[in-house]
Design a protein around this ligand. Structure first.
Ligand code: NDP
Length: 504
């Protein structure tokens, strides 16, 4: 059977090299085959198909993305010289990717999980990536535990199943996770949509102002759509009929012109306040498992982020989007947070593996300001940026990029720091803030929280259940008692364990 030429007005189909294609049928010796090796057109199509996937993100594999605009509404130039915040009314283009953490690329959207909240701001002094979550804290504070923790959230090696025993085995031995575990099993554990959740930097960063003063800061993106969540029953019903519910909701809302927006607020801490607060509370301002209470460090309003444009191609723009906390700009810098320090390396590294060493040259990742450096070549390099410019420094060629002392960060005084491998579980209060959160919940919320926890913890071995129960008791006696009761564990015996542990 022959096929007629292309319908009028349609562009002509071509090969990857742009050569016109006459027919999309395999080239065969006779109508029944075999296929000829010389059918380069067919071979190209099959080879390209084999290479369609890039490695899936180990975490945050399933995500939804959209472009938007960030507008400054309040002046914070006393804290930072970052060009994005330089003037009230200033607008900066951004791209956000909101994701689940544990599920693979095909996992359902409406599962109980932390959500990633990553935003790339294309500032005129480079890309600033704010790579946070929808929770203000994280499960661990020592980066050594990160890969281990993620293994417990993924699949058990033999069965390839998610495994509650594995998760609680880890959590019960890492009491610093209790705060985040409480949030995860609270009503905020399953956002109704990606539009109805907050975003947090979680980490402490630093702001640097024009006078070279450093302030510690945390970023909060408060949803203007209001917080809305799904119950376990609602999420099960939703997943049964739509595995892509959150992607569908975000994409559809933007298509309809219902642009979701968030108010950006910051908390600020001076070094003197950090010293005083540490002394008073015993908490480390750079500990990722802790919040800074609003009463001590009130939220300061900064601006408004609106998502208003869907990507045209999911793979090119959302899958290849590469966010890294190390993408910082003058006026925004890092902090001693151990987890942040590790992520500064790890995220940049994973993109080099996943998307390639030249991932910055892909349009969604490409800075909107000039890029000038001496790093060159590698897979996927284009000459667009560097052309024939020299590839070494120092050089004496005219017009080549030079470092500028004006962008120097203030020196960082580490005092008498002693280098050692410090145990991140020793001498920490992992219970007060988790208890504060529990005590904020009304009776019905406490009941739902403890029912969910008992449901999941009940799958773990009894020794794990008992170890974990001690943590709940330490956060709040009522928290422990309710879970013990729902697990069918003798409360008196569990309390005896608690008192023994507290006295240890
Ligand atoms: P505040 O009363 O000033 O603030 C309570 C905060 O808790 C609000 O930001 C609220 O968010 C948030 N919240 C309410 N329900 C949940 C939930 N189920 N999961 C996560 N967050 C929730 O209290 P403090 O600042 O003194 O903090 C008390 C506790 O609140 C902390 O131990 C921490 O667990 C939690 N929290 C604190 C935050 C902070 O930065 N200080 C940020 C988020 C939580 P919203 O205003 O959006 O409703």
């Amino acid at each position: 059977m022959t096929t007629k030429g292309p319908a009028s007005k349609c562009p002509v189909l071509t090969t990857g090299e742009g050569a016109p294609i006459a027919r999309q049928h395999a080239l065969t010796a006779g109508p029944r085959g075999p296929v000829l090796m010389q059918d380069a057109q067919l071979l190209e199509q099959m080879q390209r198909f084999n290479r369609e996937r890039i490695p899936e993100r180990v975490v945050h594999a399933k995500g939804s993305g959209a472009y938007g605009t960030f507008t400054v509404t309040h002046d914070i130039t006393r804290f930072t010289k970052a060009s994005i915040f330089s003037k009230v009314g200033k607008k900066t283009e951004c791209f956000a990717r909101l994701s689940t953490v544990a599920g693979e690329r095909g996992a359902a959207d409406a599962e109980r999980d932390v959500r990633g909240f990553a935003v790339k701001f294309y500032t005129d002094e480079g890309n600033w990536d704010m790579v946070g979550n929808n929770t203000p804290v994280f499960f661990v504070r020592d980066p050594y535990k990160f890969a281990n923790f993620i293994h417990t959230q993924k699949r058990e090696p033999a069965s390839n199943l998610r495994c509650n025993d594995m998760q609680w085995d880890f959590w019960s031995q890492c009491p610093e996770s209790l705060h985040q575990v409480t949030i995860l099993f609270s009503d905020r554990g399953i956002p109704a949509t990606l539009r109805n959740m907050n975003g947090y930097s979680s980490h402490t960063y630093s702001f640097i102002n024009a006078a070279g003063e450093r302030f510690w800061c945390k970023f909060h993106f408060k949803t203007n759509q209001g917080i809305k969540n799904l119950s376990c029953e609602e999420s099960a019903e939703l997943i049964g009929r739509d595995r892509e519910s959150h992607q569908r909701d975000l994409f559809g809302a933007i298509e309809r012109g219902e642009f979701p927006c968030w108010t950006l607020k910051v908390q600020i801490m001076t070094q003197a306040q950090a010293d005083e607060w540490s002394l008073r509370t015993g908490w480390n301002p750079f500990d990722l498992t802790k919040v800074w209470p609003h009463a001590d460090f009130p939220l300061i309003e900064v601006g408004r982020m609106e998502l208003n444009r869907n990507p045209e191609n999911y793979f090119a723009e959302v899958e290849q989007a590469a966010f890294k906390p190390s993408a910082l700009v003058p006026g925004i810098s890092s902090s001693p947070d151990k987890m942040l320090q590790a992520r500064l390396m790890s995220y940049a590294d994973t993109h080099m593996y996943r998307v390639g060493v030249n991932h910055h040259q892909i349009p969604v990742n490409k800075p909107r300001c000039p890029v000038m450096h001496y790093m060159r070549d590698g897979e996927g390099a284009t000459a667009e940026t560097y052309a024939s410019a020299p590839n070494y420094w120092p050089n004496t060629r005219a017009g080549t990029p030079m470092p500028d002392e004006n962008f120097l960060d203030p020196a960082w005084d580490l005092g008498q720091a002693v280098v050692d491998r410090y145990d991140s579980t020793q001498d920490h209060d992992d219970f007060t803030q988790a208890g504060n959160l529990y005590r904020m919940f009304d009776d019905a919320h406490r009941d739902r929280l403890t029912t969910r926890i008992a449901g999941a913890l009940g799958d773990a071995r009894q020794e794990i259940q008992k170890r974990q129960l001690c943590h709940f008791f330490r956060a709040d006696e009522d928290y422990g008692k309710r879970i013990a009761k729902k697990l069918g564990i003798d409360i008196e015996a569990a309390m005896a364990g608690h008192h023994a542990a507290a006295g240890a």
